[in-house]
Design a protein. Structure first.
Length: 108
C-alpha cells in the first residue's frame, strides 16, 4: 500500500510530492498538481492545486495555494456553498450526514 505524506501546515521550502495530504480540522485536502509560477517581481515559485470535498454537500472542489500559505485561508466549501466567515461545525456535518442517510433509505 502506498503511504501518503500527511501535513498540517502549508510552509514548504520546496513543493511537496503530488499525493501529499493536508489535514485541517478534520477536512482532507490532497495535492493534485504543482504549477510553476513567476511572481510580479520575477521570482519563480510554485502554485499547489489541492482537492477537497465541500463541508456542506460533499462535492469535490479544487483550491490553489502558494507553498507558504496560512491554512486559515483555505476554502472549506465548494463554489456553490462558499460562505466566508461561517464556521464548519461538527453539528452541521452530523446534520448533513443524517439527512443523506434518510434520503438514501427512501424508496423512489
Amino acid at each position: 500500500m502506498n503511504q501518503r505524506h500527511v501535513v498540517h501546515a502549508l510552509n514548504f521550502s520546496n513543493p511537496p510530492q503530488v499525493g501529499t495530504v493536508l489535514l485541517r480540522e478534520g477536512q482532507r485536502y490532497e495535492l493534485l498538481e504543482i504549477r510553476p509560477y513567476v511572481r510580479r517581481d520575477g521570482k519563480q515559485t510554485w502554485l499547489l492545486v489541492w482537492q477537497s470535498h465541500c463541508a456542506d454537500c460533499d462535492r469535490a472542489f479544487e483550491v490553489i495555494t502558494g507553498i507558504k500559505t496560512s491554512v486559515g485561508n483555505l476554502n472549506r466549501r465548494c463554489s456553490i456553498h462558499h460562505s466566508p466567515g461561517r464556521a464548519v461545525s461538527a453539528a452541521g456535518v452530523a446534520r448533513r450526514n443524517r439527512f443523506l442517510r434518510r434520503k438514501a433509505s427512501r424508496k423512489p
